[in-house]
Design a protein around this ligand. Structure first.
Ligand code: 5GP
Ligand code: ZN
Length: 113
């Protein structure tokens, strides 16, 4: 998607602090971190949101969780714990319409709101 900010980050057209990338997924630090570790893990292929997911996307989206596990270990937060979030549409506060898994850690999380 030509006007998608995360597609541009994946292609390196917009700067970001990347912490991981491979053929299927890319991970970079959130520009406005909500925790000491706040990383966004995105599929390299553009998918708007979980609502736009098809059966063909199941492997791709599931793979984001494998990457999250790897990065949590890399960041030293695997033992202490971390939270994984995917916001979908307005009520959840989705602002970027390219599926992204938030990896949050490095502090004690509050209850879900
Ligand atoms: P959402 O609210 O859609 O689940 O999360 C979007 C996230 O993307 C937000 O946490 C926001 O700070 C982050 N974000 C938005 N624009 C950029 C950007 O240009 N670079 C980076 N690294 N993060 C961004
Ligand atoms: Zn995109």
């Amino acid at each position: 998607m030509s006007d998608c900010i995360f597609c541009k980050i994946i292609k390196g057209e917009i700067p970001s602090t990347k912490v991981y990338s491979d053929e299927h997924a890319t991970a970079f630090r959130d520009i406005q971190p909500a925790a000491p570790t706040h990383i966004l893990i995105v599929p390299n292929r553009h998918i708007d949101s979980i609502n736009a997911m098809t059966a063909d996307d199941e492997q791709t989206v599931g793979y984001l969780f494998s990457v999250a596990k790897k990065i949590a270990a890399q960041e030293g937060i695997a033992e202490g714990g971390y939270r994984l979030i995917i916001n979908t549409n307005a009520d959840a506060g989705q602002t970027v319409f390219h599926i992204h898994l938030h990896l949050l850690g490095g502090r004690r999380m509050g209850v879900m709101a």
